[in-house]
Design a binder for this molecule. Structure first.
Ligand code: FAD
Ligand code: DHB
Length: 399
C-alpha cells in the first residue's frame, strides 16, 4: 500500500477509535492515514469487549459496517443481576425504549478494516509510531505535526495538520503532550477478571451479572453456541493456575439462584486470559495539534461495558469538529472537543465505578463496603427509578 508523507489527519492506532475515525472522515471528504504497530491478524484476533450501545450500532450502520452485525449480532432488550442468589431483571427496552447489541469488538474491527482497505486506505499495519513532534502551534497552513514511524525496518515521517492518538492506554501519543499541561486521575482496583471463551451455548438468553460471597461473575455470549464469561480473581492471577473444571465450578457457584432455577451450560474452554481493572482519565484530551481519543485518554473497568462505546463516542464528536473546521474554517468545535468528550467520559467513569463496586467483593475487604454493595443491590431490586437510571447508562446516553 502506498502511504503519503503528508495528510490532514494522522491517526495513530487501528483499534475501534482509529478505524471508525478514518471512516467518519472519509464521509466528510477529509484525508487521513492510519498507522498501526501490530500486524493485521493480531488486531483482528484480540478478545475484548462485546456490548454495543444503540448509538454505536447506529453509527456502524451509517458507515455501512452493518451487514454481518445485523445478521449475526444479537440484540438484547435486558439483562439480569443475580444478587446473592436473587434475580433482578433490568428490562432496558421497557424502561428506556432501546436495548444493546451483542457483537464482539473483534468482529467490529474486522469489518472496519475490510471496508477501509476496500476503499484503498491508507491503513498501514506493522507500522510502529515512535514519536509525535511539533505538537504545539496553530492548525492549518502555518505548520504541521510530525509523526515518526518504522515499517519494514525503515524509518518514515508523516506530516499532518492534526494527529489523533487512538493508540490505547500504552500508546505513545499521550506522552507527546507536555506533562505540565495534563492532569491525570486514576483508580486501580484490588481484583482482576479472568475471561474465558467456551464452545457452550449461552446459559440464558440475556447476560447475567452476579454478586456472590465468593465474588463477581459475568455470563455473556458471542453466538448461540459460544459463551463468553468472566470471574473476579485476585490481581496477578496466572490464568494457567485455574483448571477448566474449576472455572466452571466457580461460575456455577457464583451465578446460582437460591430457588435452583438457574442451570449453567458447560463446554470446552478455548481461551483464558486475565485483565486488570483500572479507572483512568487524562485531561484535557487535546494539546495544540494533538487530540486523544478512546483508551489513549481514558480507561474504565469493564463492568459497565463502556470502554469500546466511549471510544466510539469520542471519535464521533471529533469527526464532527474536524469537519466543521475544514468546512467553515471555524475551530470552535475543535476547541470544545475535550470538554464535550470529557462530560461523557466522566459519566461513564462514574457508572463503571458504580457497577464495579456494587458487584465485586473484596476478600477480607472492609465489611462496611460489603454492606453498602448489598444495600445498593436491594435498592436496584425495589426501585424502578433506580433500574431506569442503570438501564439509561448501560444502553448509552445520547451524544
Ligand atoms: P485499542 O483497541 O486499545 O486500540 C489501540 C491500537 O493502537 C491498538 O491496535 C494498538 O496496537 C495500537 N498502538 C498502540 N501503540 C501504538 C504505536 N506506538 N504505534 C501504532 N499503533 C499503536 N471493554 C469493554 O467494554 N468490555 C470488555 O470486556 C473489555 N475487555 C477488555 C480486555 C482487554 C485485555 C483490554 C485491553 C480492554 C478491554 N476492554 C473492554 C476495553 C475496550 O476493549 C477498549 O476500551 C477499546 O478497545 C478501546 O478502543 P481504542 O481504539 O481506544 O483502543
Ligand atoms: C462483555 C464484557 C463486559 O465487560 C460486559 O460488561 C458485558 C459483556 C463481553 O465481553 O461480552
Amino acid at each position: 500500500m502506498s502511504v503519503p508523507d503528508r495528510t490532514t489527519v494522522a491517526i495513530v492506532g487501528s483499534g475501534p477509535a482509529g478505524l471508525l475515525l478514518s471512516h467518519l472522515l472519509v464521509r466528510q471528504g477529509i484525508d487521513s492515514v492510519v498507522l498501526e504497530s501490530r500486524p493485521r491478524e493480531r488486531v483482528e484476533s484480540r478478545q475484548r469487549a462485546g456490548i454495543l450501545e444503540h448509538g454505536t450500532v447506529d453509527v456502524l450502520r451509517e458507515i455501512g459496517a452493518d451487514a454481518r452485525m445485523d445478521t449475526q449480532g444479537m440484540p438484547h432488550d435486558g439483562f439480569a443481576f443475580h444478587a446473592h442468589g436473587e434475580e433482578i431483571r433490568v428490562d432496558m427496552a421497557a424502561l428506556t425504549g432501546r436495548g444493546v447489541m451483542i457483537w464482539a469488538q473483534t468482529e467490529v474491527v474486522r469489518d472496519l478494516i475490510a471496508l477501509r482497505l476496500e476503499q484503498g486506505g491508507p491503513l498501514l499495519f506493522s507500522a510502529e509510531v515512535s514519536a509525535v513532534e511539533k505538537v504545539d502551534g496553530p492548525l492549518g497552513d502555518d505548520g504541521q505535526a510530525v509523526v515518526r514511524y518504522t515499517h519494514d525496518g525503515v524509518e518514515h515521517e508523516l506530516h499532518a495538520d492534526v494527529v489523533v492518538g487512538c493508540d490505547g492506554f500504552h500508546g505513545v501519543t499521550r506522552r507527546a503532550i507536555p506533562g505540565e499541561s495534563v492532569r491525570t486521575f486514576e483508580r486501580v482496583y484490588p481484583y482482576s477478571w479472568l475471561g474465558i471463551l467456551a464452545d457452550a451455548p449461552p446459559s440464558s438468553e440475556e447476560l447475567v451479572y452476579a454478586r456472590h460471597d465468593r465474588g463477581f461473575a459475568l455470563l455473556s455470549m458471542r453466538s448461540p453456541s459460544v459463551t463468553r464469561a468472566y470471574l473476579q480473581v485476585p490481581n496477578d492471577t496466572d490464568p494457567s493456575s485455574w483448571s477448566h473444571e474449576a472455572i466452571w465450578d466457580e461460575l456455577e457457584a457464583r451465578t446460582a439462584l437460591a430457588d435452583g432455577s438457574f442451570t449453567l451450560s458447560r463446554g470446552p474452554i478455548t481461551d483464558v486470559s486475565v485483565t486488570p481493572m483500572r479507572s483512568y482519565v487524562a485531561e484535557p484530551m487535546r494539546s495544540g495539534r494533538v487530540f486523544l481519543a478512546g483508551d489513549a485518554a481514558h480507561i474504565v473497568p469493564p463492568t459497565g461495558a463502556k470502554g469500546l462505546n466511549l471510544a466510539v463516542a469520542d471519535v464521533q464528536v471529533l469527526a464532527e469538529a474536524l469537519a466543521s473546521w475544514r468546512g467553515t474554517g471555524s475551530q470552535e468545535l475543535l476547541d470544545a472537543y475535550s470538554d464535550t468528550a470529557l462530560a461523557r467520559v466522566w459519566r461513564a467513569e462514574h457508572f463503571s465505578w458504580t457497577m464495579t463496586t456494587m458487584l465485586h467483593r473484596v476478600p477480607d475487604g472492609d465489611p462496611f463496603d460489603d454492606r453498602l454493595a448489598r444495600s445498593h443491590l436491594r435498592q436496584v431490586a425495589s426501585s424502578q427509578a433506580y433500574r431506569t437510571a442503570i438501564a439509561e447508562n448501560y444502553r448509552g446516553l445520547p451524544l
